[in-house]
Design a protein around this ligand. Structure first.
Ligand SMILES: [Zn+2]
Length: 327
């Protein structure tokens, strides 16, 4: 039995009581490709706006909701098959049995991402922790760490713009952490939240250590890290270790937010300061859904970074065409 909760890595968490939600003014709708497109880049980006680490007074009373798996699927090409229904409380059975909605979420993913770019995904899971909180996640399979699962929260599928943003963020993890980019490490997959193991593996890695493994020299994430993170590493690491102290989670979030405010010109949003792997994922998502930057701030350089790779420029175009074809 795979312990899926342990295999969970690189979640995108947005909203929740903990997280003050500050919507920007209504954006001007810019067509994605042409006049016939049903979604717009500005609305997709706007759906993800808000400072996730800016806490309000209710933060101290916040209790994370239960996280439950509803359904697991195998992936075969463009299709998901063999749904396995988990035991869930009766209240969740209607959501669990709505296989059509789960299919629809999977089809958003396959419409956005070309087949050859998602062949590492062999499993699709549907979970819920209620509205907002964790929206989606990816993780390696413990029985075969070169393979990955994509997971979505069934309670967060209604807002199509937000779902598109979230799926591209999760895809960016697959793009930057897959076996061609980062060497799969069975010990880390089996024991992902062990701080001592992380330190040991990090020390043995010549290039950037992602937390899931040692990156290759020419990997996107190593090049990104070398260019944008080396100067921040010491200050950020002192904050990052705080998350392992269960009594200090509020202090951790507050310190992370202060770090963001101190380096705001370097990050596309505050969630990006969570981890270099989150930074490259958010920057990639902005690369896809915002115009090519014209300025030279570090956050603009992070978006422009992906234009250095012709295969990613092609992928961006494919994703935008796919987004345009969604209902
Ligand atoms: Zn993420």
């Amino acid at each position: 039995m795979v312990n899926k909760a342990l295999a969970l890595l690189f979640v995108i968490t947005i909203g929740s009581v903990l997280l003050a939600w500050q919507f920007l003014p209504e954006p001007v709708a810019t067509p994605l490709i042409g006049g016939s497109c049903n979604v717009t880049m500005t609305e997709i980006v706007a759906s993800a706006q808000g400072d996730v680490y800016a806490m309000d007074e209710s933060a101290a009373d916040y209790v994370a909701p239960d996280f439950l798996y509803l359904t697991s699927y195998s992936v075969e090409g463009d299709s998901i098959t063999e749904p396995v229904l988990e035991d869930v409380p009766a209240a969740l059975e209607p959501q669990q049995s709505d296989l059509a909605l789960q299919q629809e979420a999977w089809q958003v993913f396959t419409t956005l991402i070309p087949p050859a770019d998602r062949d590492m995904v062999v499993e699709f899971n549907v979970f819920t922790d209620g509205y907002s909180n964790t929206l989606a996640a990816v993780g390696q399979l413990s029985e075969s760490p070169t393979d990955w699962m994509l997971e979505v929260d069934v309670a967060d599928l209604e807002d199509k713009d937000s779902l598109i943003f979230t799926i591209i963020h999760e895809y960016a993890h697959l793009l930057t952490l897959n076996a061609e980019q980062v060497e799969p490490d069975q010990e880390l997959v089996d024991d992902p939240f062990n701080p001592e193991l992380q330190i040991e593996k990090g020390a043995a890695c010549t290039y950037y250590f992602t937390g899931t493994g040692c990156s290759y020299k020419e990997s996107y994430i190593n090049v990104f890290y070398e260019r944008f993170w080396v100067n921040l590493e010491e200050e950020w690491s002192a904050i990052d270790v705080m998350q392992y102290d269960e009594d200090a989670s509020l202090e951790y979030y507050a310190a992370l937010y202060a770090f963001y405010k101190a380096h705001q010109d370097q990050f596309v949003d505050d969630y990006s300061v969570t981890h270099p792997a989150e930074d490259i994922a958010e920057s990639f998502t902005y690369f896809v859904f915002t115009p090519k930057p014209t300025g030279n701030s570090i956050k603009e350089q992070k978006i422009a970074f992906f234009y250095e790779y012709p295969e990613l420029v092609k992928l961006r175009s494919d994703i935008l065409n796919g987004a345009c074809s969604l209902d």
